[in-house]
Design a protein around this ligand. Structure first.
Ligand code: MV4
Length: 504
């Protein structure tokens, strides 16, 4: 089948996939742009190939260059990670046409779910509950009529979109024409397709998604849900598993429906079915993501299933190693996305060199990182630096552990989202599980406390460095005692004792 795999991605997810391959005994190939010549994923792989200049369009989205790198390296399979070309059916097809194994879903399944209007129809026919809305693309006049039928507030969505791109909430008829124009323009420029459809707004709902795995032998299982309501401008910041709002009954029902959704499009490999869960416990299909997701580790932590290794096994033609009854959700996992953005300055992206790095470790802590001390962050790609994931027996233990791990995390050289995560972990609303998709973007939602005085922090850092320097000077005495010092016993036991005589 295949012995060598190329990862068509960068950053933490490229490293994550390379690690899974390493454990399966596969040879690994990385690809990189000019900006990533010395990136962590390049260091990690057995071999690495340049695929183009820094802009993603010319490198990580350059299909011929990636296929050529596979050819040149002798790689027999390609894993796309997430983002970039992961949900591009033409890429999946190009990989297969080049007689390489695609570690992902069949191109037809990518297409079936990529067209959101068609996906809604398919789901409806399969008996999957979808948000009330329109079953086809609409002209502006049709949209006005459909909106009256559905009743306001409604949401205008782009059929080629997903992830909230081109989405507009409309609360009254007078605002609809402007929203239609804006949504179409955004969709046309982002996807080259201005087809729009309407949905009824499901207000103050939770964003809950189900991880599924399907093999090539007709087996499909789900690995429970992830709670992803803590988002900012449709970017998830914190995810957890399980969701405090999902009972065992809802989990079983939502899971079975997610499996049905996957089977309706002939799905194979790992995928995620997104739902909105309202305050009354009703849930609605939103869309299916036909790729590995950023937040997959929280599911891995509570089920013990290595999703990436399983993706490779599925692509290899293996049968799933579990039946649904073998899957048990145990304990609680939380993920914080650590990115190069300043949470005190409207999450403005940061650039610069990582001058110092100290990652948390210890019981129940997992760091999925794409950085190292000395690495330089550019504006070419997504600002995600690393994911901090913790597991605890209970949600309370996981939160306390996340606080501890965030405290241990030291990233110098640029601002990161660590302070944001610390404040969320300390918020009573998060601790009480009382949040929905309005937690950050809503009017009465969570707010960052005032920014600390950076001059004071800098002064404290200099003072701490001086104090440490003093201690280091003292330790030198014991590391290399002179004969006339007459130090008895182990010098190490003495280090740090006050009132020591200085030699230098
Ligand atoms: C919705 C919705 C409410 N009602 N659709 C956003 C991302 C994409 N996957 C779908 N999204 C939503 N679709 C209907 N009919 C709420 C969301 C939504 C959301 C909306 C505002 C602010 C944050 C949000 C987070 C997740 C989902």
């Amino acid at each position: 089948m295949f012995n060598k795999l190329l990862v068509a991605n960068r950053g933490e997810i490229a490293v994550r996939v390379l690690r899974a391959c390493e454990e399966r005994g596969l040879r690994t190939v990385a690809v990189y742009s000019d900006a990533d010549r010395t990136a962590l994923h390049v260091r990690y792989a057995d071999e690495a190939y340049r695929i183009g200049p820094s802009p993603a369009r010319e490198s990580y989205l350059n299909i011929p260059a990636i296929i050529a790198a596979a050819r040149q390296s002798g790689a027999e399979a390609i894993h796309p990670g997430y983002g970039f070309l992961a949900e591009n059916e033409e890429f999946a097809q190009a990989v297969q046409d080049a007689k390489l194994t695609w570690v992902g879903p069949p191109p037809v399944a990518i297409r079936a779910m990529g067209d959101k209007v068609a996906a809604r129809r398919t789901m409806l026919a399969a008996g999957v509950p979808v948000v009330p809305g329109t079953e086809r693309g609409l002209s502006d006049a049709e949209a006005l009529a459909s909106a009256e039928e559905l009743g306001y507030p409604i949401v205008v969505k782009a059929s080629a979109g997903g992830g909230g791109k081109g989405m507009r909430v409309v609360t009254q008829p007078a605002d609809l024409p402007r929203s239609l124009t804006a949504s179409r323009r955004e969709a046309a420029s982002a996807f080259g397709d201005d087809t729009i459809y309407l949905e009824k707004l499901i207000g103050r709902a939770r964003h809950v998604e189900i991880q599924i795995l399907a093999d090539t032998h007709g087996n499909c299982i789900h690995l429970g849900e992830r709670e992803c309501s803590i988002q900012r401008r449709h970017q998830k910041l914190i995810e957890e598993a399980p969701s405090v709002a999902v009972t065992p009954e809802v989990r079983a029902e939502m899971g079975a429906i997610a499996v049905r959704a996957a089977q309706a499009v002939g799905y194979v490999n790992a995928g995620t079915v997104e739902f909105l869960l309202d305050h009354d416990g009703r849930f609605y299909f939103l869309e299916m993501n036909t790729r590995l997701q950023v937040e997959h580790p929280v599911t891995e932590m509570v089920t013990g299933v290595d999703i990436v290794k399983e993706q490779v096994a599925i692509a290899y033609g293996r049968r799933l190693r579990w039946r649904q009854k073998d899957i048990r959700v145990s304990g609680h996992a939380i993920e914080c996305r650590i990115s190069a953005e300043d949470p005190y300055n409207d999450f403005l992206p940061e650039t610069g060199r990582i001058t110092n790095l100290s990652e948390p470790t210890g019981p129940g802590v997992r760091v999925e990182s794409g950085i190292y001390a000395g690495w330089e962050i550019s504006l070419f790609y997504d600002p995600l630096l690393a994911k901090l994931v913790v597991w605890g027996e209970t949600r309370a233990e996981a939160i306390l552990r996340m606080r501890r791990a965030l405290e241990e995390y030291r990233i110098s050289g640029l601002h990161t989202t660590i302070p944001f995560h610390q404040q969320v972990m300390d918020s009573t609303r998060f601790q009480g599980g009382q949040f929905d998709t309005g937690f950050l973007d809503g009017q009465d939602g969570f707010r960052m406390s005032a920014a600390p005085n950076r001059d004071l922090i800098q002064a404290a850092a200099i003072a701490a460095a001086l104090a440490q320097h003093e201690r280091d000077q003292q330790a030198v005495i014991f590391a290399a005692p002179r004969d006339d010092q007459n130090v008895r016993g182990s010098p190490w036991k003495e280090s740090g004792r006050p009132g020591l005589r200085r030699i230098r």
